[in-house]
Ligand binder design. Structure first.
Ligand code: PAF
Length: 284
């Protein structure tokens, strides 16, 4: 396993790899790897010959300095995990290489509209940071495939749009949310939960599941009423709600009555931790 820190070294390696005609897969991460990342790597193994995992805590996508400062850094443990998974290359660049002129002067890539709503409204500039770093990684590595989790559902749609509209020849493969037995979606941010919050957090998915079931049944209550009562339940449990609603799963706009597939998106705070989760609802 190679650990590459410099872009120039990575370029040289990629040139050699490209000559071998082997399929290259990129798993972009911000480190603090958990089971969800391991599942992404296992998924990547089914599609490609060479796996490159990037670890970069991207300052451009944090709209809040304390969030960036508190982001867990576990490079040694991450390397151990990646070694056990037989990853070929870890790319772990310095911030100064990625943003040599600073973030404010950085040329950026932005997917309009989709980046401005929901998470984008709550975290201004966040998706601009994501699409800029992901474009840079795509340019450095020129992967055939790139792998992303479905927990960050809006991010996934935005990246698919980026690939389509900027004509990247990259297949985007997504991995369904990986959960603990109690239903809590795996996330690096779960490490910030206190013991008490850890007991409450799984309640989010319980409410999501129950809400989706009721909406699918479409019995006596309207969607609005169902969502409203689920929000109240969550608030009573101690969550504060940023997003908890259903959307058209392709556009993230309000779903029309006869659409066949919607998604419930949840973005809530539990103490100082932002938890996000989602579940699709399919109508017959
Ligand atoms: O989902 C993430 O971990 C990050 O947003 C990503 C895609 C690695 C870009 O920094």
């Amino acid at each position: 396993m190679y650990i590459i820190k410099k872009i120039e070294t990575l370029y040289k390696k990629i040139i050699i790899l490209k000559k071998t005609n082997k399929k290259i897969g990129l798993v972009p991460t911000m480190g603090n790897l958990h089971d969800g990342h391991i599942k992404l790597i296992l998924l990547a193994k089914k599609h490609v010959d060479i796996i490159i995992v990037s670890i970069f805590i991207n300052p451009m996508q944090f709209n809040n300095l304390s969030d960036l400062e508190n982001y867990p850094q576990t490079f040694r443990a991450d390397c151990q995990i990646l070694k056990e998974q037989n990853v070929d290359i870890i790319f772990v660049p310095y911030v100064s290489q990625i943003y040599p002129n600073g973030i404010k002067k950085q040329t950026f890539v932005e997917v309009p509209k989709l980046s401005e709503i929901l998470e984008g409204q709550s975290r201004p500039g966040h998706f601009k940071g994501v699409t800029t770093i992901v474009s840079k990684l795509f340019n450095f590595i020129q992967p055939d495939f790139a792998f992303f989790g479905e927990k960050d559902y809006q991010q996934l749609l935005i990246i698919k749009m980026l690939v389509k509209e900027l004509n990247y020849m990259i297949n985007i493969i997504s991995l369904p949310i990986i959960r603990l037995k109690n239903g809590l979606a795996l996330s690096s941010r779960n490490n910030n939960l206190t013991n008490q919050e850890n007991k409450i957090a799984p309640y989010l998915y319980k409410v999501i599941k129950a809400t989706c079931k009721k909406i699918k049944k479409r019995k006596s209550y309207s969607r609005k009423e169902i969502i409203y009562s689920s929000r109240i339940l969550l608030i009573k449990k101690g969550f504060s709600i940023d997003i908890f609603n259903i959307y058209n799963s392709k556009t993230l706009k309000n779903p029309s009555k006869n659409v066949k597939e919607v998604i419930l998106l949840a973005s809530v705070w539990l103490g100082k931790t932002r938890l996000i989760d989602n579940k699709k609802i399919f109508f017959n």
